[in-house]
Design a protein around this ligand. Structure first.
Ligand SMILES: [Zn+2]
Length: 403
């Protein structure tokens, strides 16, 4: 039987990393080590693995890679868990069960969306596009819900392990709705909140990419695109019902008619028993869909190396992918500020004197490091003009997800 995977936050402290190889503590040393890592001959353990492109790399990314886009991460210096000690994400079961919890969630999300919607991919995302063009990176698995990977490199397959904020899904009928249209509905249903948001925009709190400045202007956001507004009267917030369920109420599995009631302006009423919209993210406490879990495993199994970027692997669903890579004998490189969950196990048994070909651990910002790495690879002849064998094409990656 397949075990389900639940998204659970892990907030425990993590030990500081050992830099591998030792000279990878400068940008030059780090770039040299990562160049060796990405271009080394395939790991011997993988030679017999059928259907695996042993020369290719799969990237596993997290919130750290989006910090340079102005989004907070969880554990960094300006991370949500450090800056806001009372921060606790909403859990899936609360969202489903509790109208009041949903009001609070959508009020905060309403304010945070403008920020997220204006934010753009950064140099790290575009360097990953280049690594795809060069033929080195085959696919990306991300824990991020900001869609920056697919914006920056639409042709390099990206699997969004925890879903995405760009759309909503109805928990009753499963239809989706673009977030932009939903935001317009929220604006219409909540004029006082819309005025507050307009004020926050006017104060410049949303103009800066600097989280410090944003906070000084009264705006707090976390990686789930959620703004923090202590003391706001969440109970006044209204949100719309699923338009499909409202127009055509479904018969539920037990044969009863679902009931969706709205007020005269279209806000969902708690007398309803259906038609609740949720963000298309895997919420905390929610299980990752089986086909997403399998596609992530296929992405690991289809590649010869794993490059971990901007994540402490604190979420079990991400950590187990790295463990899977380790168990397959894939070399692993990690670029992250701060410690990574269980990282010493990923670098056990590295040969003394290896220069990065078997493993790399770097503590640097991805947006500063990756563009230089691309430049170095191009200088040394790893560019798109080189013949790329058939296995490097992306057509087969995540085909299950596209069907
Ligand atoms: Zn619906």
């Amino acid at each position: 039987m397949q075990k389900t995977l639940m998204r659970i936050p892990y907030t425990g402290p993590l030990p500081a990393p050992y830099i591998i190889p030792r000279n990878a503590n400068t940008p030059t040393g780090a770039i040299a080590a990562l160049s060796k890592f990405l271009t080394a001959p395939p790991a011997p353990a993988l030679q017999d693995h059928r259907g695996c492109d042993t020369r290719s790399t799969v990237i596993l990314s997290g919130a750290g890679i989006s910090v340079a886009s102005g989004l907070a991460d969880y554990r960094g210096t300006n991370g949500t868990y450090r800056q806001n000690k009372t921060y606790r994400p909403i859990y899936y079961h609360e969202f489903l069960a509790n109208h009041e919890a949903r009001k609070r969630y959508w009020a905060r999300s309403f304010l945070g969306w403008t920020n997220l919607h204006k934010a753009k991919p950064n140099a790290a995302h575009y360097a990953i596009k280049d690594l795809g063009d060069i033929g080195i990176v085959r696919s990306v698995v991300t824990q991020n819900v900001d869609s920056f990977h697919s914006i920056a490199h639409p042709d390099l397959p990206t699997l969004e392990l925890h879903g995405y904020l760009r759309a909503l899904i109805c928990v009753t009928c499963g239809n989706d709705l673009p977030r932009e249209a939903f935001q317009e509905s929220l604006t219409k249903l909540n004029p006082a909140w819309a005025a507050f948001l307009a004020e926050a925009i006017a104060s410049g709190a949303l103009d800066t990419e600097n989280p410090e400045e944003r906070r000084s202007k009264g705006m707090k956001t976390n990686p789930d695109g959620d703004a923090d507004l202590p003391g706001a009267p969440y109970s006044t917030f209204r949100y719309p019902a699923c338009p499909h369920c409202l127009a055509n109420p479904l018969i539920s599995a037990d044969g009863t008619q679902t009931n969706v009631e709205v007020d005269k302006e279209g806000a969902w009423k708690p007398t309803s028993n259906a038609g609740v919209l949720k963000p298309a993210v895997v919420m905390f406490g929610e299980s990752i869909p089986g086909k997403v879990k399998e596609a992530a495993e296929q992405a690991i199994d289809g590649s010869g190396r794993l490059l971990v970027l901007g994540t402490s692997l604190a979420t079990y669903s991400a950590w187990r992918l790295a463990r899977r890579a380790k168990e397959r004998g894939m070399p692993i490189a990690i670029v992250n500020l701060g410690g990574v969950r269980g990282e010493e196990a990923f670098f056990q048994e590295l040969a003394v004197g290896q220069q990065g070909e078997a493993g790399v651990r770097v503590e640097m910002k991805t947006d500063k490091l990756l563009p230089g790495l691309v430049e170095q690879l191009r200088r040394t002849g790893h560019d798109a003009s080189n013949p790329v064998d058939d296995q490097h094409t992306n057509s087969g990656v995540f085909k299950d997800m596209l069907s």
